[in-house]
Design a protein around this ligand. Structure first.
Ligand code: GRF
Length: 222
């Protein structure tokens, strides 16, 4: 190779969405950088009407819907998803607003190779309506978390988090908007850590390589 430049194989990533796709867009944009360690190879949606599908196609990413409503049960839908991911040679799955619970078999098949973004500082405020939950609890800090997916909902080992202030007068919509800005910054940084080998699973914890110290600094300053 000319000038002895180092080449590194990029991790082939699929993004799973159900809706708007702002986190998907942020991952696609980050992955356009030559030195980003992941390539977005596929976008799948469980809802044909998901607006994010249009955005993915516009960005030149193979994207299609696998409509969960056309499958008799969770297992057969998950099997179709799994087949599609394997056919595309996917190594890592990013859930980005994917509003569907998986069968235990699918989670086991992708254990250690599937991450999710959740709009709260886990382990606080699992499930839905996280911004309303934060306001009801009266916390002064709220935020988002990227974590590995495990069978228990919103409970996997944490890769990265970003916090935002809760301001007087906030309602769920204003708080969601403030968190989303951080989500769209955090997810690309977290995927870079995972795909680049800076973060890896060791039992039930994520451990960071010493090289990731720099990346950790970047995350802190988000
Ligand atoms: C985000 O808030 C994400 O954390 C949650 O669902 C929302 C998806 O937003 N899981 P988008 O589709 O990425 O814009």
């Amino acid at each position: 190779m000319a000038s002895g430049a180092k080449t590194r194989t990029k991790t082939r990533v699929a993004i799973l969405i159900s809706g708007r796709g702002s986190n998907m867009v942020s991952l696609i944009a980050a992955a356009e950088a030559a030195d980003y360690p992941a390539a977005i190879a596929l976008v799948l949606a469980n809802r044909p009407e998901a607006p994010g599908l249009v955005l993915a196609k516009a960005a030149g990413i193979p994207a299609r819907a696998i409509d969960h409503k056309t499958f008799p049960d969770r297992e057969t839908f998950d099997a179709a998803l799994d087949a599609e991911l394997r056919a595309a040679g996917i190594e890592l799955v990013c859930l980005a607003g994917f509003m569907r619970i998986f069968s235990s078999g699918f989670v086991a098949a992708w254990a250690g190779r599937m991450i999710n973004i959740h709009p709260s500082l886990l382990p606080l405020f699992k499930g839905t309506h996280t911004h309303a939950q934060a306001l009801a609890a009266g916390v002064r800090l709220h935020g988002c978390t990227v974590h590995y997916v495990v069978p228990e909902l919103d409970a996997g080992p944490i890769v990265a988090q970003a916090a935002v202030p809760v301001r007087p007068g906030d309602d769920p919509a204003s708080l969601a908007a403030r968190v989303l800005v951080q989500e769209n910054r955090l997810y690309p940084a977290a995927l870079a850590l995972v795909a680049g080998g800076g973060a890896r699973l060791e039992g039930e914890r994520v451990v960071f390589t010493s090289d990731a110290a720099q990346a950790d600094g970047a995350l802190r300053s988000l």
